[in-house]
Design a protein around this ligand. Structure first.
Ligand SMILES: Nc1ncnc2c1ncn2[C@@H]1O[C@H](COP(=O)(O)OP(=O)(O)OP(=O)(O)O)[C@@H](O)[C@H]1O
Length: 511
């Protein structure tokens, strides 16, 4: 008997028909992957299962009994727990209180909750003191606290909605170990992710949600990442080509081969940024960075490797020192008191649910570069709106109107718009944190295109990321940071993307 049976589920938001008759099942002990483009309706389906949203039509059964939760609490009591990537837990709670919130044990004294919480956290592979405050935990582990919470009740089906999106390969391995344990206990797992190679390594079966229905239901062993990507978008798709380091065209230099097999030392004019012996006291020990014009350099490393601190030093968020710092031939400093010359590279961060854009603003206004009201004739207004429509089409944003508010879009679509807006004004040298986080396979290619265009105009980029696939797809070189230093550089230009990905995983795991 199926643990969960879903038949003909429908859900619309106004005229937007998202789920148009979704049917599938999950067996006891089965790990089922759910993939789909941004805006396909994966989270909507998760919300229906979680009791957050009611379906318009369709039936569900759980362990053979009709399942129609009235709220998230109701769903959990009935045996379905949903863990979301961007879960916000009250930072003032202890971890033990967080684990038991919303359960019958909530409100019990900490001393009573502590030992039971410790056991559940161990089951979720999280080695933390239950007395620690949630606010002291890095945000990326909140998902594991949520898994412990799901385990606190007799949850039969666990939905993991993009929980791996912000995790390092080693952390993904840990998450997969937890999913494996849940399955061995006979629970069902629905695993939603855009990171296809990782997903295929874990799940038994994959569901593809496309055009409002389950367009494919296949054993994982019959699929590979490229075929699954094609099924997701509904047409053949190829892996992105390795990036061609596009030195911006300059007179007399157009003959420079973009993919020179060995990389000559750049001339001074080619250097966008050079930093020698970068130090952040206690965290970064002496990093040399050289960024050519039009180059995309990736940085990755474990949480305590110093990688975030290197980015923080470059953006002026952290006090840092260096022996030499040159930006386009001009000496700069890392001393924030030397205001004029201080280096403060602009940074983009796909920040939680807001992405730096106003959720109450329409798509049109979000993408309009001119301040509202600045357009004084109808032609410029039409040109401006054409630009907006072109971007919406190009980024394949799932919407019925450019007057839709950004807050009503899917997370991935919001991220795409925010990044496109940010990149439109990006010049010079910029830092991008996880530019493709939560994006589907086609959107990743669109981001890559945005990067290619910006770098062709001379922008140079530092990409800071946990995702080896993103680094392989976007960067010319990737630095593996460990112990406050760049332990190894991987040149991505000569290799296929999946080979680069494998090298990054191997080097990052070893570091
Ligand atoms: N509350 C809402 N009001 C209006 N439209 C909504 C609402 N919630 C979701 N939608 C629409 O439903 C569609 C599906 O969104 P959903 O978040 O389920 O997609 P998704 O597959 O999870 O995407 P992503 O991979 O980007 O997270 C989107 O086009 C979105 O605009």
């Amino acid at each position: 008997m199926a643990l969960l049976q879903v038949e003909g589920l429908k859900k619309s938001f106004g005229a937007r028909r998202v789920l148009q008759g979704v049917s599938f099942s999950v067996a006891e002990g089965e790990i089922v992957g759910l993939v789909g483009s941004n805006g396909a309706g994966k989270s909507t389906l998760g919300d229906v299962l979680a009791g957050i949203t009611a379906a318009d039509a369709g039936q569900m059964t759980l362990q053979g009994h009709p399942y129609a939760p009235l709220s998230a609490d109701d769903a959990r009591h009935l045996g379905v727990g949903v863990v979301e990537q961007l879960v916000q837990i009250d930072p003032g709670l202890t971890i033990a209180q967080a684990v038991f919130r919303g359960t019958p044990q909530a409100g019990r004294p900490q001393a009573e909750l502590r030992e039971r919480a410790r056991a559940l956290l161990t089951e979720a592979t999280l080695d933390v003191d239950p007395d620690t405050l949630v606010g002291e935990l890095p945000h990326f582990v909140h998902g594991l606290v949520e898994i412990a919470r799901v385990l606190a009740e007799d949850t039969r089906l666990v939905v993991l909605d993009e929980v791996s999106a912000a995790l390092l390969p080693v952390e993904v391995t840990r998450l997969h170990a937890v999913a494996g344990r849940l399955s061995r206990q006979g629970r069902g797992v629905l695993y939603i992710s855009h990171r296809l190679p990782e997903m295929l390594a874990l799940v038994d079966r994959v569901l593809v949600l496309r055009d409002g229905v389950i367009a494919l239901d296949s054993p994982a062993e019959d699929l590979d990442p490229v075929r699954l990507a094609a099924e997701t978008v509904g047409e053949p798709i190829s892996l992105p080509a390795p990036r061609v380091a596009s030195a911006p065209a300059r007179s007399g230099r157009d003959d420079v081969p973009a993919r020179a097999p060995t990389r000559p030392a750049p001339s001074e004019a080619d250097v966008a940024l050079r930093v020698r012996n970068l130090r952040v006291p206690g965290r970064v020990q002496g990093v040399d960075l050289l960024l050519r014009q039009g180059e995309v350099v990736g940085l990755t490393g474990h949480r305590s490797s110093g990688v975030q601190e290197i980015a923080g030093a470059l953006t002026g968020e952290l006090p840092a020192l260096s022996d030499e710092l040159v930006l386009h031939g001009e000496r700069r400093s890392l001393d924030s008191s030397a205001d004029e010359a201080a280096l403060r590279l602009p940074a983009y961060r796909p920040d939680e649910d807001a992405y730096g854009v106003d959720p109450g603003e329409t798509i049109a206004r979000t993408l309009t570069r001119e301040p509202w009201g600045a357009l004084t004739d109808v032609r410029s207004e039409i040109a401006s709106l054409r630009g907006v429509i072109k971007t919406v089409h190009r980024l394949d944003v799932k919407t019925l109107s450019i007057r839709t508010v950004v807050g009503a879009l899917s997370g991935g679509d919001r991220h795409k718009l925010a990044l496109a807006r940010w990149m439109a004004s990006a010049q010079d040298v910029v830092v991008l944190h996880e530019p493709t986080r939560g994006l589907d396979v086609r959107a990743r290619q669109q981001v890559r295109q945005l990067l290619d265009e910006a770098t062709a105009h001379g922008t140079s980029v530092v990409v800071v990321s946990v995702d080896p696939e993103e680094l392989a797809e976007c960067c010319d070189r990737v630095g593996i940071v460990a112990g406050g230093r760049v332990a190894r550089w991987i040149d991505t230009r000569e290799l296929a993307v999946d080979a680069v990905r494998a090298r990054i995983v191997e080097a990052a795991t070893a570091a």
